[in-house]
Design a protein around this ligand. Sequence first.
Ligand SMILES: [Zn+2]
Length: 80
Amino acid sequence: MTCEEMMAQLADYLGGELVVEHHETVTVHIKGCAKCDSYVTTYSHTTRIVRTLPKCGSLPPAFEARLREVLAEHLSEEVK
Ligand SMILES: [Zn+2]
């Protein structure tokens, strides 16, 4: 398994949604890869913090539209 493959499955891995064999493969990779190990630690720490934040209402529509635009640009750049 490459680091990219691990990253692609990370959300499912942490959500407990991977089948056992895939879960094992990811676990083995993380144990043997310092880069992914620290990424997973940061990622799970961040999601834990975010869950403790109070929920706010809807974003102002103009702000949400701009945010989606920026995120879409950012995500398409990462794919390149
Ligand atoms: Zn890795």
